[in-house]
Structure formats: structure tokens, C-alpha cells
Design a protein around this ligand. Structure first.
Ligand code: ATP
Ligand code: MG
Length: 432
């Protein structure tokens, strides 16, 4: 089987490492050939903090995946990267200006984007930061704004408005080294918020405007789309693990027992549970087994879920978007499976809420249609779109004559938590 038709992705999550290999069929559809899921050790809030543990978990996940792939070894992966060091900003770049009118061809456009992206990269201290994505939003041609696709048009001056995502070089480098230590290479890196969005959003939602929030074990990844492109993306270091910890403390049980109780009986809205429903808490070293009201068990989940949804709503303000997008919110990631969470979000944020797993071509096994697979399957779809067409790459000295790239940053990059204090978002928790 030709290697060009094979695609592989891996998501080194806080709770599990998922790898997947798929083949691109003649109709452009991806067919999964193998998947591997291993518990993840050595990752905290989306960032590798124990190299040896991660290496073992990654090896287990890749070995399981490749077992199904048989005699078609794959060694290049698109990797989902995560952590609150990922930051995004929108900026306007001068792609080219010259004395003569030129016709923008697809090739010229690509090479201009590529060389501009390269010159931006040169402005960075690459020991500490690196650009992951430069995604075109709109173009401006000789003062004409809002152009979606300048290909085929004549112009003197071309500017690009782009969504740019950057991350810290050290954690990103550790991810690359983790794969290398398992004899695998990184073909591309995809920021988790955008990978989840790629996996879960419909074209209509992107066009209308929507927020996608992936609530994982250690992080909440948010991406906001408008008119078909991302305009904001971020990572906040809170997730489902915090819900489990709160329950463990409130019920005085070990963490793993709290995790099992959360999965089996958890509910974000205790009032929706029958008042007399009871749950058996197994014996621990300290307490004999006991019955508790399920409502009491879920009380800490209610409070923490409320806080997490407030964090998501704050992202709108950080993105400087005044109102909820018409497409509402799409929740994905494992923790959004908790009953009551979607209803809490819809009531509190007064918007439509959809809980989504990966959208896929026909033939995806039911076991992969779950919200925790959105990012890794999104990364595969991203890989198909971007192989041989990276959205950011180093300059290759493409110098179009009479056109000179220049970078004009309009808004500075801001790390998470930079929201101005006076812009308090509205969240209707009284109604919940
Ligand atoms: N039915 C369920 N009810 C409540 N929580 C659930 C359920 N199923 C899974 N979860 C939670 O989902 C989380 C795992 O989600 P996911 O696999 O998306 O995280 P991850 O990708 O490993 O983490 P991150 O993206 O933050 O690095 C865990 O906290 C788990 O407890
Ligand atoms: Mg995840």
C-alpha cells in the first residue's frame, strides 16, 4: 500500500494516549485500519511531566495500534498538542506589495503565506516559542476587505488576516522527543482546540459562528469559529480530573473509587435526580460500606461544572466577542459525557448546546464515535487537508519579484488569564 495514502495521528492526553492509523480511499474517505488506547501516565493538564512514564504509555498505545495495521508500518504521525502554553492571536500580515498589478495564483499565494510565516518565525526567540499555525481568515486586496479567496484576482497589494497559534518550544519539543523515543516521527503538530473543532464541527456551524469546548481530563480547550475560520483558540488547565478530586474529598474516598462513582452515578444537576435515590459507596480502609443519597454525591459535581462553564463563557470575552455565536456551543471531550452538563450549559449560557463526537465518513466503529476521540480523529482529517500543504512552514527563499513580505502585528499575543477585570461575563447560574 503506498505510504501517501496512509495517515496516522496520536493524542497524548492527560488520561489516555490514543493512536490511530487510517487509509485514504479513492473517494477521499478515511478508513481506520488500527487504533490503540493506553492509560496515560506522566501527563499533567495536557503537558508531559514524566518522560519515562509517557514513553511507556505511548509505546503501549502505538504497539496496539500497529498490531492491526499489519505489514504496513507507519512511522510519521500528526500529533495533537495541548497545554495552557498554547496561545492564539489574529494578526494582519502584508503578504506582498509591488509596482505592478499581478494575478494571484494558488501557488503564488501559498509561497507568499509560507515566506511570511517564515519571517514571523524569525522574529521569535525559537528557544522559547514556536508558531504552530497560521490560518488564513480573510484577505485585503488594494483596500478591498473581507476577500475569502484571492486566487485568480489581480492586485497591487495583498494583505492577509490570519489566526496564529503559538506554543512554548520546551513542551512541544518534549512531545517530539517522546515520539522519537518510540521510533516514530512527527509529521505535524495540531493544537488541541483546533483538532477537536476539526473533528466535531459541521461546515454550517463554522460558517454561522460557534464555540467548541473540549472538556478533557486535565484541560478545557476552546475554539471559536466565525465565517468558516477559527478566530480564537485557548487552553485552560481545568478538566474532569478536578470533578473527580472534588468528589473524592467530599465523600472521603480514594481517587479511583471517586472516578468510578462519577462515571456511574455522576450528574451535573442534582435536582434532576429523584430525591430518595441512593448509591452504595464501597468500603474503604477508613469507612465501612455505606448508602448515600445520589444527590449528595453529585453536589460537588454541580459546583465544579458551574465553574467550568463559567470559564468557557469567559473565553468569549477574552476573544472580544460580545454575544454568543448563532451556532451556540458544541461540547466534546470525555467529561462532557456527564449527564446534566449540556442542560446546565444551555440554561446558564442561554444558547443551543450540542454534545458531539467525531463527525466522520461512514464506517467508523461505534467505539470511536465517542467525544474523547474528537481530537485524534480531527487530527487525521487535518492531516489529509494539510499534507504537502502545511499552514505554516519555514521560508524556502521563494522571493516573488517585486513583492516583499512584511509583518504588521495589530494585536499582541496574550497568554491565558489576560481578560480585563471590568469585562465580567454574564452567566445565569441563579436559574440553574
Ligand atoms: N460518562 C462520563 N461521565 C463523566 N465523566 C466522564 C465520563 N466518561 C469520561 N469522563 C471523563 O472524561 C475525562 C477524559 O476525557 P478525555 O479522554 O477527553 O481527556 P484527555 O484527552 O485524556 O485529557 P486532556 O485533553 O485534558 O489532556 C476524564 O476526566 C473522565 O473522568
Ligand atoms: Mg484531550
Amino acid at each position: 500500500m503506498p505510504q501517501e495514502s496512509m495517515y496516522a495521528a496520536v493524542d497524548i492526553g492527560t488520561s489516555k494516549i490514543i493512536s490511530i492509523v487510517a487509509r485514504l480511499g479513492p473517494e477521499g474517505e478515511l478508513k481506520p485500519l488500527g487504533t490503540g488506547v493506553a492509560p496515560s501516565n506522566g501527563v499533567q493538564q495536557g503537558i508531559i511531566d514524566d518522560f519515562g512514564e509517557v514513553k511507556n504509555s505511548l509505546q503501549e498505545s502505538l504497539a496496539e495500534c500497529l498490531r492491526y495495521v499489519g505489514r504496513n508500518p507507519v512511522d510519521r504521525y500528526h500529533v495533537v498538542v495541548n497545554g495552557d502554553h498554547l496561545v492564539s492571536a489574529n494578526s494582519t500580515e502584508m503578504l506582498g506589495s509591488g509596482q505592478e498589478v499581478v494575478t494571484i495564483t494558488e501557488q503564488r499565494l501559498r509561497s507568499l503565506i509560507s515566506s511570511t510565516s517564515g519571517s514571523l518565525e524569525q522574529q521569535l526567540d525559537t528557544r522559547s516559542e514556536q508558531t504552530l499555525h497560521m490560518i488564513p481568515m480573510r484577505y485585503r486586496l488594494d483596500g478591498m476587505t473581507g476577500v475569502r479567496n484571492p486566487t485568480g484576482l489581480d492586485t497591487n497589494e495583498l494583505q492577509l488576516e490570519a489566526h496564529i497559534v503559538r506554543g512554548m518550544s520546551v513542551p512541544l519539543g518534549n512531545t517530539v522527543r517522546a515520539l522519537q523515543s518510540c521510533k516514530a516521527k512527527v509529521e505535524g503538530m495540531i493544537a488541541h482546540p483546533l483538532a477537536s473543532a476539526e473533528g466535531v464541527l459541521t461546515a454550517d456551524e463554522r460558517e454561522m459562528g460557534v464555540i467548541v469546548a473540549d472538556i478533557g481530563a486535565g484541560t478545557i480547550k476552546t475554539a471559536i469559529y466565525r465565517e468558516g475560520t477559527p478566530v480564537y483558540s485557548s487552553v485552560v488547565p481545568v478538566g474532569g480530573n478536578q470533578l473527580t478530586r472534588d468528589m473524592a474529598v467530599a465523600m472521603r474516598v480514594p481517587y479511583q473509587m471517586a472516578e468510578d462513582l462519577k462515571i456511574q452515578f455522576g450528574h451535573a444537576l442534582p435536582d434532576a435526580i429523584p430525591a430518595n435515590e441512593e448509591v452504595l459507596i464501597p468500603a474503604t480502609q477508613v469507612h465501612p460500606r455505606r448508602m448515600v443519597l445520589r444527590r449528595e454525591l453529585c453536589e460537588p459535581l454541580y459546583l465544579r461544572s458551574l465553574q467550568m462553564l463559567k470559564l468557557i463563557s469567559e473565553e468569549l470575552y477574552k476573544a472580544e466577542i460580545g454575544a454568543m455565536p448563532p451556532g451556540g456551543i458544541v461540547l466534546t471531550g470525555g467529561a462532557c459525557r456527564m449527564p446534566g452538563l449540556a442542560e446546565m450549559a444551555s440554561r446558564g449560557l442561554r444558547t443551543d448546546v450540542r454534545v458531539g463526537g467525531p463527525l466522520w465518513y461512514a464506517g467508523l466503529p461505534e467505539s470511536l464515535r465517542q467525544p474523547e476521540f474528537s481530537a485524534v480523529l480531527g487530527a487525521l482529517q487535518w492531516a489529509v487537508k494539510h499534507r504537502n500543504r502545511p499552514d505554516q512552514e519555514r521560508p524556502r527563499g521563494s522571493g516573488e519579484r517585486n513583492w516583499s513580505p512584511a509583518a504588521l502585528f495589530r494585536r499582541p499575543f496574550a497568554r491565558s488569564g489576560s481578560r480585563r477585570a471590568e469585562e465580567e461575563p454574564e452567566f445565569e447560574d441563579e436559574q440553574i
